[in-house]
Each structure stands twice: as C-alpha cells, then as structure tokens.
Design a protein around this ligand. Structure first.
Ligand code: ATP
Ligand code: PRP
Ligand code: NIO
Length: 490
C-alpha cells in the first residue's frame, strides 16, 4: 500500500531526535554496532483481554523503500543549531545517501492475537539504522494494531454477522481512512465504504444511500422508486428519513416493483431511533410482505457494546454499519506501543544485555533477544512464554510473570507450542511472503477461536498468562539489582 499512496521517499518520516542520535553514532563510530530492539505495548487497549497484531506489511513496504534521496538530504542540510551553524556536517549526508536497511527483522504475523510485553517486531541491525526506525515502525504498527483490535471486538459482538466499516468521513485524515479500512478488514469487517481502499487494497466495497437522496426528492416513495430504477442490483433503502415504519412500507413497495422487473431488494437500513424496536417491527413487516431474505442494516454510532446490547434486546439487525467508533478507536485513540533497545554488541563484537529501569515495575524492560512460544493443548491456547535467544533454549517448565515471580504457570512437556516471531528480513532481504488480507482476516478468526471465552469477553476479561522463562527471569533480576546498586553508589 505505501508505495502506491506515497510515491516519494519516507525516510524523513521520523522524529528529529532519531536523526540527531544517528548523527552522534556516526560521529562517535558507533553507527555500525549491531543492536536489538523490540516493539511491544504494555497495556491492552479498550480494557480488553487481547489485541490483534496488524501493520506488518506496511512496515515491510517502508523498509524496502527506505533510503534518503537528494531532496531529503537537501532539506537536512538546511537545518541549523542554536549557533545558526548546520546541524549535520556534509560527510553525514554521504553516509545517509548510501544507507539501507541491512538488518534482520522478525515479526508476529498480522491477524495473530497478541498480549502486553510480547515483541510484535524485533529488529537486529546496525545501531544507527535500527534507531532511526523507531518512529516509523511505531507509527505503522500502533495504529493498525489498535484498529484491528477494535474491529475484532466489534465483529465478536456481531457474532459472525457482517460488519461494514463506514468510518472514512470521521477517520484521522487520508491515511487514517486507508490504514483504518485495512486494519478493520484484518480484524473481521466484511467490507468498507472506502472506495480508494477497495481499489488499492482489494477490500470489498459496500454501501447503501444517504438521507440526502430521500431529501432531494422530498417524497420517499418516489425516491425509493427512482433509486431502484437507477440501481436495481444494489438496493438497500434508508428508511428513517421521515417515519421509519412508513419508510419500511415504502421500501417494500419498491422491492415489489424490483421483483416484478426480475431484481431483488437487498434490504433496508435503519440509522436512528430505537434500533431494537424498529428492527423487530421492520423484520415483521418485511417477512409478512414476503421479503424474509431482505437484510436489515443497522447504523448510528455503533460499537461493540451497543451491538451486544441490541442483540440482547432481540434486535433483528443482520448487517452492522460501523463508522466513527471503529475508524477512530473512539474510546481509546492510541495504542501505547514502544520500541526499546534490549541488547547491543560491544567493541569486541560480543553481545551485551541492556535494561531500562523504571519506578513503575511494568515499565522496566525485558533484556535480551526475545522469542515468543505459544503453548496449547486440546485445541486451546494455554500461555505465551518469552525467552532470550542469547541465553539459549528455555527449560520450558514455567511461564513466570516478570513483575511477580510468585505468579507462574506450569508448562507440560507434551503440550504443543508454536514460535510467534517469524523471519521477515535477513541481512536486508525480505524472506517473508505476505499473506493476503483475506488470509490475515481468517487468521484473526481462527486465532480468537482458540482462546477461552473468558479471555475474549468484552467486560473484565480474564488475564491470559504471558511471561518469561526462569533463566531470563534470573538474568533480569540480576541486572535490576546490579543497576540499582550502581544507582545507590552514585
Ligand atoms: N435499543 C437501543 N438500545 C441502546 N441504544 C440504542 C438503541 N437504539 C438506538 N440506540 C443508540 O442510541 C444512540 C442515539 O440514537 P438516536 O436515534 O436517538 O439518535 P441519532 O441516531 O443521532 O438520531 P438522529 O440521527 O435522528 O439524531 C445511538 O448511538 C444509537 O445507536
Ligand atoms: O454513525 P457511524 O458509526 O459513524 O456510521 C456512519 C454514519 O455516517 C452516516 O451518517 P452522517 O454522516 O449523515 O451523520 P449522522 O447520521 O450522525 O447525522 C451514516 O448514516 C451513519 O450514521
Ligand atoms: O453506505 C452507507 O450506508 C454509508 C457509508 C458511509 C457512511 N455511512 C453510511
């Protein structure tokens, strides 16, 4: 998607401080030391029990085309420090002109169910380039993962009925609309109203008509008849412009005329009023008139909670049009993903662990080069174990909560396990075949089905066990004590 939408270089799509650090590494001969960074989030969005990874294909596009062109370098040459001298010296631009992503990258496939602290992306690359990627990778993964998660929750509430993403008009700008449509589809939405997303991404496009169509005629009967005449093979009548149930009767008349002409009314849309009551009444009228197959599309500020409530009230809506609250992740507009250095080579080429302490225990990082194994038995997932490849194989006996060693989940040797981080780049070359969006969507659905309903429920979900292996736990504790002791000496 990225090369289609953004033709020019995106190397400057980063925070200035990434470039000032890059310059410093270059000046101080640290640029080419290999370092490992992990991209992960600390807290699940929407007070939910899971998240759905998304955005990897965009990150791959970004890394593939990553280079500074002459215009980028020309712009950087105009930047000045507080003494009015250039911020960067000329030689740095020669270095940047040749810079490519030459590193390794592993990632969790889009549509995989993920949890706090698990690396969604792991980068091992020369320090300078690995650092520059912090901002664009977070930009690309955070939003997509947030919207894919929101979409999965909404689709879960819809219990397998179609969800149409109608959010473009309220989305955060052009890219919010496009990336949002993509992520919503991965999370389970059946289609989008965004035609450009249809063209660029191949997502199915669907739509009804607006109130303005009826208002332009004034007379609802005439408006429906004309719509049916103009568009006989895609007729969903919006029935609530004036009197909703009267609108349903007018839709039935238009549907009968369509039928006489050998076509089929697809359905009606309700966009205001009591959607439970009106959909039940509309269903009765449609069934009595011989239109049991006509769909009832519901829309109007819907989200997962409203859909769940409407279902509990017995609403007869079979297609859910969801715009604003899906496309903008209304109740939580950002996922707090971070990108942290966890290991680096010293001047002798040996790997050293790195940790960042925090007074908030949850913010103390996990050192090493992490891999994630997901354990399952009898078709149900049991827990995720993170271990450090630099320390070798884990003993596989228990998952330990890094914040509380007393919280641990025992693992059994005969449980199945899968490795979540898959190779995507090897020495700068892509070694990963992107699945299709449809395959990503299927993965989300299949993955979620493997989790216990208590993890999936919208309200107060059960915490799924995610933690580190005992070897890594010990190493991390040792590093925390060492770093704290250093602090005290100072
Ligand atoms: N039975 C219901 N139970 C819970 N919430 C409902 C029910 N029916 C509708 N809603 C929700 O109530 C909110 C307000 O709906 P209402 O029709 O009053 O306003 P509206 O959609 O803005 O109408 P209008 O466009 O005419 O102003 C919407 O978010 C709608 O989805
Ligand atoms: O409600 P959403 O989930 O965002 O779904 C998209 C909304 O966009 C359209 O309304 P419109 O832009 O005319 O606004 P209105 O219905 O709020 O008046 C449509 O009729 C839906 O109500
Ligand atoms: O096609 C629709 O019904 C539609 C599209 C965008 C926003 N609201 C509704």
């Amino acid at each position: 998607m990225l090369p289609t939408v953004y033709r020019g270089s995106l190397a400057l799509l980063t925070d200035l401080y990434q470039l000032t650090m890059a310059y410093g590494y270059w000046k101080r001969q640290r640029a080419d030391r290999l370092a490992t960074f992990h991209l992960y989030f600390r807290k699940l969005p929407f007070q939910g029990g899971y998240a759905v990874a998304a955005g990897l294909e965009l990150a791959i596009d970004y890394l593939r085309q990553f280079r500074f062109d002459d215009e980028d370098l020309g712009y950087l040459a105009t930047l000045r420090g507080n003494d009015d001298r250039p911020l960067f010296e000329e030689g740095f631009f020669d270095y940047l002109a040749e810079l490519r992503f030459t590193g390794d990258l592993e990632a969790i496939a889009e549509g995989t169910v993920v949890f706090p602290n698990e690396p969604l992306v792991r980068v091992t690359a020369p320090l300078l380039v690995a650092q520059l990627l912090e901002t664009p990778l977070l930009n690309l993964i955070n939003f997509s993962t947030l919207i894919a998660t929101k979409s999965a929750r909404i689709c879960q509430a819809a219990e397998g009925e179609s969800v149409l993403e109608f959010g473009l008009r309220r989305a955060q700008g052009i890219d919010g609309g496009l990336t949002g449509a993509r992520a919503a589809f991965i999370g389970g939405a059946a289609a989008t109203s965004n035609v450009l997303a249809g063209k660029i991404l191949g997502i199915p496009v669907r739509g009804t008509h607006a109130h303005s169509w009826v208002m332009a005629y004034g007379d609802e009967r005439e408006a429906f008849a004309d719509y049916a005449a103009a568009m006989p093979n895609n007729c969903v009548f919006l029935v609530d412009t004036y009197d909703t149930l009267e609108g349903v009767r007018h839709a039935i008349e238009a549907g009968e005329e369509l039928r006489r002409r050998g076509h089929k009314m697809v359905g009606i849309r309700l966009d205001s009023g009591d959607l439970a009551y009106l959909s039940i009444e509309a269903r009765r009228l449609l069934d009595e008139a011989g239109f049991p197959e006509a769909a009832i599309v519901g829309s109007s500020d819907l989200d997962e909670y409203l859909i769940q409530s409407l279902k509990q009230q017995g609403a007869k809506i079979s297609v859910w049009g969801v715009g604003t609250r899906l496309a903008t992740a209304y109740d939580q507009p950002a996922l707090g993903g971070v990108y942290k250095l966890s290991a680096i080579q010293n001047e002798r080429g040996e790997w050293e662990h790195r940790i960042k302490l925090s007074e908030q225990r949850i913010k103390t990082t996990i050192p090493g080069r992490l891999q994630v194994r997901r354990y399952s038995h009898d078709g149900r997932v049991a827990g995720d174990l993170m271990f450090d490849e630099l320390l070798g194989e884990p003993d596989g006996k228990a998952i330990v909560d890094p914040a509380d060693p007393l919280r641990r989940k025992k693992l059994s040797a005969n449980w199945e396990c899968e490795t979540l981080l898959t190779p995507v780049f090897r020495q700068g070359e892509v070694v990963y075949q992107n699945p299709t969006l449809l395959e990503m969507q299927a993965r989300t659905k299949a993955e979620l089905a493997r989790f216990h309903p208590s993890v999936r429920r919208l309200l107060n979900p059960h915490g799924y066990p995610v933690g580190i292996d005992q070897k890594l736990f010990k190493e991390r504790e040792r590093m925390i004590h060492e770093a704290s002791a250093l602090d005290e000496e100072e």
